[in-house]
Design a binder for this molecule. Structure first.
Ligand code: ZN
Length: 135
């Protein structure tokens, strides 16, 4: 299902780990609604400003998948509120995000991707840096 111009529900629910381990990674109605909101409010507007392809490394994760990839149990990925976005230059994407004025909850810069989350009603615009990544 197409959520916006550049993003589908399929890619936001895809998990290599789930595929490899043959386990389900299906989002329920509420999680899908959150994915839709994340995409419409944050991912697509950011994609439009950025102007280059953005690949989803990981969007929704079931508790089981989340555990397997070492995510914290409260991870926003399990609620459909977060996506790890891989681009050629994640630092540039972060700077585009900050200049855009777009509302977001958390942005965490990793060496090869940017973790982005959106939480309706509680968007903190918090920027964090993964271990070993310079601010
Ligand atoms: Zn993440």
């Amino acid at each position: 299902m197409k959520l916006t111009n550049n993003f589908t529900l399929d890619e936001l629910c895809h998990s290599n780990t789930a595929k490899l381990k043959k386990i389900r990674n299906n989002a329920d109605e509420e999680q899908i609604e959150n994915l839709r909101t994340l995409t419409i409010r944050l991912l697509q507007p950011l994609r439009d400003i950025y102007g280059y392809p953005m690949y989803i490394n990981s969007g929704f994760r079931s508790q089981e998948v989340n555990k397997l990839v070492g995510g914290v149990p409260t991870s926003q990925h399990t609620k459909g509120q977060a996506a790890d976005v891989r681009v050629e230059n994640p630092r540039k994407l972060l700077s585009v995000l900050l200049q855009s004025g777009l509302i977001f909850d958390q942005a965490i810069l990793y060496p090869t991707f940017l973790h982005l989350s959106y939480n309706t009603g509680n968007n903190r615009r918090q920027v964090l840096y993964a271990k070993g990544v310079k601010p």
